[in-house]
Design a protein around this ligand. Structure first.
Ligand SMILES: NC(=O)c1ccc[n+]([C@@H]2O[C@H](COP(=O)([O-])OP(=O)(O)OC[C@H]3O[C@@H](n4cnc5c(N)ncnc54)[C@H](O)[C@@H]3O)[C@@H](O)[C@H]2O)c1
Ligand SMILES: [Zn+2]
Length: 373
């Protein structure tokens, strides 16, 4: 693979600022890139999963070794959302402690994988010795456009998504889009769900670009379109995070479009759905709710459904005994529901949104019912 130009997007957060570097076929020079970014650690500690590690660890290890990293340790967490739990988090912390028993020997933590590795590993790096530097190398479309940027890191706990976590920004996000070629179609589609989310509530021009045919080009991993769209999503996310790094001002809520219904469904369906699939269904439910509240035209729902369907994503889920109640309960446990008031991020027109609080519960139930068929 020939190394092409690198697109750089800076996330401006004062002392916690960092670049997101996006390129094609450049993972083999990751060691050099880390050194160029001023990361001078002697050792590296790579957290990955068996699937990604099997595909990419050796290339990363060789590159790190040739850039002078003395040891490159690998710690695997299990593949998939079920591994994003407290025990695995604790296991990663134990491995970090074993790798660096003294404060002087802290390795650079490198998170090589999708959102699960990034979320769990970023949390471990953030609490180990009150925080050690880490780098994200996202290897899924979802991680490239969303989870690797912004510093929200967490694990699931007590049946609640991402309930144990912190804000912890990486030193660098290094995204080699060539590594997406081994992703399953299902995982690619899952990432496309977050891309559609950005278009739906953050950028009318991205929404229209996807509608005009770039959605298919994205899914076909056409390098130019892929780079352009990943860079747009990262820039959109960076702009939101820069205004509301700690999720205190309500600005960051936009990124939760579809996630209140979606997270609850993801957990209640016992991980039968990928994150992106659950969010796709969640966006449909939220849009129906927006229509019921009179803040969105049915035409938006048609356009959103069109894009999700073209991406091969579900827009409903088969009902099962007790599922409706489980999802409702999980929604009420959502950390966005403060002091018993429900909070929803709802679309208005492409590229815009409104937050609604204290929505009448029967409307919420009706929106959920509409996607359980
Ligand atoms: N922190 C945030 O801001 C944020 C934002 C969005 C999502 N998330 C979280 O991200 C997680 C979902 O991330 P995900 O969709 O990347 O899932 P994931 O990390 O589980 O990866 C999906 C699957 O793809 C495999 N895989 C990864 N890279 C591959 C590659 N290059 N080739 C082949 N297979 C590969 C993995 O082994 C896994 O089986 C969820 O837990 C979600 O809550 C976090
Ligand atoms: Zn998401």
């Amino acid at each position: 693979m020939i190394m092409g130009p690198i697109t750089r997007i800076d996330v401006h957060l004062g002392l916690r600022s960092y670049p997101v570097l996006i390129g094609h076929g450049w993972l083999r020079s990751i060691g050099e890139t880390l050194r160029d970014q001023g990361l001078k650690q002697t050792d590296a500690f790579v957290i990955t999963d068996p699937q990604v590690g099997g595909l990419l660890f050796e290339e990363v290890r060789l590159s790190l070794a040739s850039a002078g990293f003395r040891t490159v340790l690998r710690h695997d967490i299990p593949v998939g959302e079920e591994g994003k739990n407290w025990d695995e988090f604790s296991g990663a912390c134990a491995a970090l402690l074993a790798a660096s028993p003294e404060a002087g020997s802290v390795p650079l933590v490198i998170l090589l994988g999708g959102g699960v590795v990034g979320d769990l590993g970023g949390f471990a790096a953030g609490v180990f010795r009150r925080g050690v530097p880490f780098v994200q190398i996202p290897t899924t479309l979802l991680a490239a456009v969303d989870s690797s940027v912004g510093g929200k890191v967490a694990v699931n706990f007590g049946g609640v998504k991402n309930i144990m976590g912190i804000f912890n920004q990486p030193r660098l996000v290094a995204c080699d889009l060539a590594s997406l070629q081994t992703l399953s179609l299902r995982e690619l589609r899952s990432g496309a769900s977050e891309v559609i989310k950005y278009g739906a509530v953050c950028s009318a021009s991205l929404f229209e670009q996807l509608e005009r045919g770039d959605l298919e080009r994205l899914l076909a991993l056409e390098p130019e379109v892929l780079t352009d769209i990943v860079a747009q999503c990262v820039a959109l996310k960076a702009a939101v995070v820069e205004q509301d790094e700690f999720d205190k001002k309500g600005v960051r809520n936009v990124l939760n479009f579809g996630h209140t219904f979606g997270h609850a469904l993801e957990l209640s369906a016992d991980y039968a759905l990928t994150h992106g699939e659950a969010i796709a269904i969640g966006m449909i439910a939220a849009t129906r709710l927006a229509i019921a509240l009179g803040q969105c035209e049915p035409r938006f729902l048609e356009r959103l459904t069109g894009l999700l369907t073209r991406a091969g994503l579900p827009t409903s889920h088969s009902d099962a005994p007790g599922l409706f109640d489980r999802v409702l309960r999980a929604m009420q446990l959502d950390k966005k529901f403060r002091e018993g008031r429900n909070v929803f991020v709802l679309p208005t027109v492409p590229g815009a949104w409104q937050q609604r609080e204290n929505v009448e519960w029967p409307l919420v139930e009706a929106a959920l019912r509409s996607v359980l068929v």
